[in-house]
Design a protein around this ligand. Structure first.
Ligand SMILES: Cc1cc2nc3c(=O)[nH]c(=O)nc-3n(C[C@H](O)[C@H](O)[C@H](O)COP(=O)(O)OP(=O)(O)OC[C@H]3O[C@@H](n4cnc5c(N)ncnc54)[C@H](O)[C@@H]3O)c2cc1C
Length: 463
């Protein structure tokens, strides 16, 4: 192993990862007066955030004035009353300040949506005019960070934390084949995202078969930060509960597809519907995993296809293999060649259209396109389409244990001095559940807190 400890790799704050959490932490730490270096393992910044639609659940904003108490209730409910509640409290308390901060940085939401488990349309959406929502967030945060003098180094993969007398003092990271030491005078923030691309961690923490879930995430989602923290005795929270599929995905291209929220129905190989498609995609994916071959087809018409293309999901979850036919019968024949029962598919579409006409889904009680929004549509306007899907994932819950300053706590519950974490690498906020828009939300909100905490000069005293 080659080593090189030359100067130039020292700052007040060293941040591992350049997704929403890392870049937000960098901006805040720089504004708090700290010098900051961000290390990014991949050639491009942005991680999973860049690939995401970036719906962000927020409250008390000009777009969604619902209160923090209401959002808190929804969060706890969607976390199945089983999570680290002080983090949900922190989330709602910091939501408006984060909205304002993003606005200052030129990141402006234009509308809101109500997904499943939301009593109000908490999910804020960016325009998507020039690029996907997540790409806009990381592009603008990166500009803001660089403008503040933050050094962002790509192609540098952190592997271990360094510590002196119990305090974290930096990281070891590999750049161009060299193992280098990076020193942090005030603190290290781990913002390295999740572990969806680590078959080993997924196998160890997930239930049997979990390693078959297709990751749609950034290439850097290997759980490096989780392992680095554990290597220094960090506690972990809700990791097993958090290994779940979250997005129907085309196994051929590895691309996510969510036409269900534009009106498509999901049928299994026998041509039978098996879930309420408007539900949270996690529930749809669990139901999908229980189907023969763990495979389904989303079946839709040209009107639904056009509508999907207009949505943020349709803009980021794209590029999958689509089947097209002038009639449902011909489409079903094409699906038959892929192992689906053609007569079953035709019957499912006919039954669906009949139920839409009466306004009652007798089978699964679907009342809307997504959550409680959007009127049901028949599959009626040709050409007709389908995409074959397995269960994929956009993130896992669970990770390093943190407190409300984003200080990492060790397995005994004590602060590890000098070590902070934010974003998908942390656990506890979601517990065993999930509400749409709270992963990018968590990365932004807790990234801000982590950056401010790490920038504080001198040892941080926590009661
Ligand atoms: C297709 C898709 C759609 C999604 N849609 C939404 C949505 O609409 N709303 C929502 O709330 N969530 C959504 N999510 C989930 C959400 O995007 C992520 O959970 C969130 O963006 C994670 O942010 P992060 O900053 O913690 O991690 P990331 O954005 O993944 O950033 C972590 C960075 O750390 C880097 N890194 C990793 N290891 C190292 C290392 N050893 N050294 C240096 N760098 C390292 C990675 O390469 C990466 O760039 C979606 C995800 C996907 C994939």
């Amino acid at each position: 192993m080659m080593t090189d400890d030359a100067a130039g790799r020292e700052a007040d704050v060293v941040i591992v990862g350049s997704g929403a959490a890392g870049l937000m932490a960098a901006v805040e730490a720089a504004d708090a007066g700290a010098s900051v270096i961000v290390l990014e393992s991949e050639p491009q910044t942005g991680g999973s955030t860049r690939l995401s639609g970036a719906y962000v659940a927020l409250c008390e904003t000009p777009l969604e004035p619902g209160t923090r108490e209401e959002l808190y209730e929804d969060l706890i409910h969607s976390h199945h009353d089983d999570c680290q509640e002080d983090l949900s409290r922190l989330y709602v308390d910091e939501a408006l300040a984060t909205f304002r901060r993003l606005d200052e940085l030129g990141i402006r939401f234009v509308r809101t949506f109500r997904f499943a488990h939301m009593s109000k349309p908490w999910a804020h959406e960016l325009s998507g005019d020039e690029m996907g929502g997540g790409a806009e967030i990381v592009t603008k945060l990166e500009v803001a960070a660089r403008t503040r003098g933050v050094r962002i180094e790509t192609g540098v993969r952190a592997s271990r934390l360094t510590a002196e007398h119990g305090r974290v003092t930096g990281v070891l990271a590999r750049r161009s084949g060299w193992e280098l030491a990076w020193r942090a005078r005030r603190g290290v923030v781990i913002a390295s995202g999740g572990f969806t691309r680590s078959p080993e961690l997924t196998r160890n923490f997930g239930r049997p078969g979990a390693e078959n879930i297709l990751p749609l995430t950034g290439q850097g989602s290997r759980g490096d930060g989780l392992v680095m923290g554990m290597g220094l005795g960090a506690g972990i929270a809700y990791v097993t509960a958090g290994v779940a599929p979250t997005a129907p995905s085309d196994p051929e291209t590895g691309k996510g597809a969510m036409v269900l929220y534009a009106g498509a129905i999901a049928v299994n190989r026998e041509g039978r519907r098996f879930c309420r498609e408007s539900e949270l995609y996690i529930d749809t994916c669990w139901a999908l995993l229980a189907q023969p071959g763990a495979v389904c087809a989303q079946v839709y018409d040209s009107r639904m296809r056009a509508h999907y293309g207009q949505t943020m999901m349709g803009k980021v979850l794209t590029g999958f293999r689509e089947f097209e036919a002038p009639t449902v019968a011909v489409l079903a024949d094409k699906l038959a060649a892929e192992g689906f029962d053609a007569a079953g598919v035709v019957a499912a579409v006919e039954r669906w259209n009949a139920q839409v006409a009466t306004g009652r889904d007798e089978d699964f009680g679907r009342t809307n396109l997504v959550g409680e929004a959007g009127e049901l549509l028949p599959i009626a306007e040709g050409p007709f389409h389908a995409v074959i899907c397995k269960a994929g994932t956009t993130h896992f819950n669970g990770g390093l244990t943190v407190d409300t300053t984003m200080s990492v706590r060790n397995v005994f519950g004590e602060v590890i001095p000098g070590l902070y974490a934010a974003g998908e690498v942390t656990g506890g906020f979601h517990g065993a559940g999930y509400m749409s828009g709270t992963f990018v939300g968590m990365a932004l909100i807790f990234g801000r807190v982590g950056g401010i905490s790490a920038a504080r000069p001198g040892p941080v005293l926590v009661a």
